[in-house]
Design a protein around this ligand. Sequence first.
Ligand code: SF4
Length: 240
Amino acid sequence: MRRRQAAAERLGIYIHIPFCRSKCDYCDFYSLAGQEGRMDEYQRALLAHLRETAPMASSCVVDTVYFGGGTPSWYGAKRLRELLAFLDSRGIPVSQVSGASTGTVEFKAGGSVYTELQAGSYLFMDSAYHRLGLRFQNALFIQATVISTAGGRIVTDAGIKCCGVDQGPPVFVDFPSCVPVMSEEHSAIYPSEHSCRPGDRLTLIPGHCCTTMNLHDRVFLTRGGCVMDCIPITSRGKCM
Ligand code: SF4
């Protein structure tokens, strides 16, 4: 009689690296800025924890380790490699090492521990990421309508209710050097000269793509100035 061997349980391991170079205003992840002096102590604690818990995973196939944070790249590839080597020495070889972000993709070339990059915002980009000089292009825009040009000021109908500004204000594509004043339902810029009239359309690059998407029910896909498709944003986390 043939005995069927039970499939081994698959397991992913999440390792939190709480250190960041600085603390971003909008971030509510558990992260520590200016505490690099505690990294070695934290590493010893992580290794002790892995030593203690590794036997529990002996019957599992550990296919992924995810380094989250915090900023694991600030923690250093040497420490991350030491953690992976430790798992390997305990009979837990890991095939996939996942982590990183759009902002740290550039650090992952050559000598990286990662086999998978968790970049997401690269798809859209925003004005905050654009300031970092990443190689990705902006692909998310807001179409605003000019509602006033009185006194040389351009006021549009695109305010904080349609544009995430938690990482900075949007950029007006036609007036990139003007920092907009944002209110709930309006944005205003003060260019030295312009030819805008009420009713004109202006294109804005949102300050933060994630929180901008969360404010809209639909996103329009365009090519060459033509609308090709319209996709509902169904997972935007409406409050109950
Ligand atoms: S770098 Fe990332 S994890 Fe660190 S404070 Fe900023 S958003 Fe939070």
